[in-house]
Design a protein around this ligand. Structure first.
Ligand SMILES: [Zn+2]
Length: 68
């Protein structure tokens, strides 16, 4: 299973009831560096994709919130 979670506010964006390697998701096309940055795996092999939600995407610059 794949979960999509906002990397800034932890809001759950959705779930995909399939393998994270499903070509339709395109996650395997990320290079290893990006996979480590955007993907997490739990003990059961479920993947969490850390993205930005609609609420956070056009984020105003704020040193206190932005940790990249
Ligand atoms: Zn968010």
């Amino acid at each position: 299973m794949v979960r999509y979670v906002c990397r800034r506010c932890d809001r759950r964006m959705g779930e995909y009831q399939g393998d994270w390697r499903d070509p339709a998701l395109g996650l395997t096309r990320l290079n290893l560096t990006d996979q480590e940055e955007f993907l997490d795996w739990d003990d059961r092999g479920d993947a969490t994709v850390k993205i930005l939600c609609d609420h956070c995407l056009p984020v105003p610059w704020d040193e206190n919130l932005w940790y990249n």
